[in-house]
Write a protein that binds this ligand. Structure first.
Ligand code: IPE
Ligand code: IPE
Ligand code: MG
Length: 243
């Protein structure tokens, strides 16, 4: 449930540059209320607006959201159709406001697997917002981490990259997230503690945070709690603690 907006103390809270969220639990949120799953997805999209506003407020520069995975095509056709309907509607209704807010949209995933009219809407949104710099919003849509890695390897082979040229930096430059820093914090809502094929290369050293709330209930204060938890972590990258 969203609570009253209250001042949150950000002094001494170091803000991660890149936060990634696995927005999970829409279906269970709806079931708990005796509603159809689609109502949960609609509530999830409404919540996204709140979380984007909170990211801007907190000074997060990059937000990556997992909207639809390569595996999600395997859900019942009616649910997939409902989700595509929501994505179309969001692009129609929210784009101008996102643009006005200074959000720069990026897409992670394979657009060729998506209906042509939806592809066009996405390409238009990317083009419209490309020069914005307040918040980069990466939308992982028809995205899978393994598919992304295969896609990168295919492109490298097509470019005749030789084995001795290949470095981690070069490999990263072939991923959908090329040019962006790796996520510092990956949040998964709904209490599940799984990666589910999300950013499996990029999140190698991300801090992982599991939030108990279903995604439609994960708002500004819950994001603040995640940031506070992140601040209590010590990122060691395989090294030893500072003495
Ligand atoms: C996340 O919520 C949204 C998508 C995967 C598209 P779910 O639909 O996975 O909700 P649960 O996990 O069934 O509750
Ligand atoms: C991950 O959630 C995908 C998205 C949030 C888009 P899922 O609900 O599809 O993942 P699993 O099935 O619980 O692993
Ligand atoms: Mg789920």
């Amino acid at each position: 449930m969203s609570r009253q907006k209250q001042p949150l103390d950000l002094t001494d809270v170091s803000i991660p540059t890149h936060v990634a969220i696995i927005m999970d639990g829409n279906g269970r949120w709806a079931r708990k209320r005796g509603l159809p799953r689609q109502a949960g997805h609609r509530a999830g999209v409404e919540n996204l607006r709140r979380v984007i506003d909170a990211c801007v407020e907190f000074g997060i520069k990059i937000l990556t959201i997992y909207a639809f995975s390569t595996e999600n095509w395997g859900r019942p056709e009616s649910e997939v159709r409902g989700l595509m309907r929501i994505f179309r509607r969001v692009l129609d209704q929210e784009l101008d406001e996102l643009h006005a807010q200074g959000v720069c949209l990026h897409h992670l995933g394979d657009l060729s697997g998506v209906a042509t009219d939806l592809q066009k809407k996405v390409l238009h949104a990317l083009d419209l917002t490309k020069d914005n710099d307040r918040l980069i919003l990466n939308v992982a849509f028809n995205y899978g981490g393994r598919a992304e890695i295969l896609h990168a390897v295919q492109k490298m082979l097509a470019d005749d990259i030789s084995p001795d040229e290949l470095t981690e930096e070069l490999f990263s430059s072939y991923l959908f997230t090329h040019g962006l820093p790796d996520p510092d914090l990956v949040i998964r809502t709904s209490g599940e503690l799984r990666v589910s094929n999300f950013l499996i290369w990029q999140a190698a050293y991300a801090e992982f945070y599991g939030a108990p709330e279903y995604w439609p209930d994960f708002g500004r204060e819950e994001l603040y709690d995640a940031l506070k938890a992140y601040n209590r972590r010590e990122r060691r990258y395989g090294l030893l603690s500072e003495p």
